[in-house]
Design a protein around this ligand. Structure first.
Ligand code: SF4
Ligand code: SF4
Length: 106
């Protein structure tokens, strides 16, 4: 089965294992040159810092603040060109992808 990320978005949610542990920092932005941390507007909208001051993608509920659209229907990433490395690592059909989809009933 071919998976269409534009009709999914499941991996842009905090995984269930994090939610169960109350862990709200799910994707670290480990590149200090990233526009996400250098641009004040983007930082305010899409970034939050953990207790040690490390930047992570901001969540709205359990959902990445940069994810636009309706889960499982039509989605897009508002910061696609600047998305952090962990976002780029997930590939359609890999273990993380399938886990995320299962968690959202997709
Ligand atoms: S990588 Fe998988 S879980 Fe993530 S958006 Fe694409 S199909 Fe969905
Ligand atoms: S930055 Fe984009 S690709 Fe990464 S979790 Fe958020 S919406 Fe998904």
């Amino acid at each position: 089965m071919e998976l269409d990320c534009g009709a999914c978005g499941a991996c842009c949610f905090n995984p269930q294992s994090n939610v169960e542990r109350g862990y709200v920092f799910y994707v670290e932005i480990d590149d200090p040159r990233s526009k996400l941390v250098r641009d004040r507007g983007m930082k305010r909208k899409f970034v939050m810092q953990d207790e040690d001051g490390r930047p992570h993608l901001r969540l709205l509920g359990n959902r990445c603040s940069a994810l636009k659209g309706a889960l499982g229907k039509h989605v897009r990433c508002a910061v696609y060109a600047h998305r952090p490395k962990p976002c780029r690592r997930v590939k359609p059909g890999d273990e993380d992808c399938l886990r995320a989809r299962r968690e959202h009933g997709l």
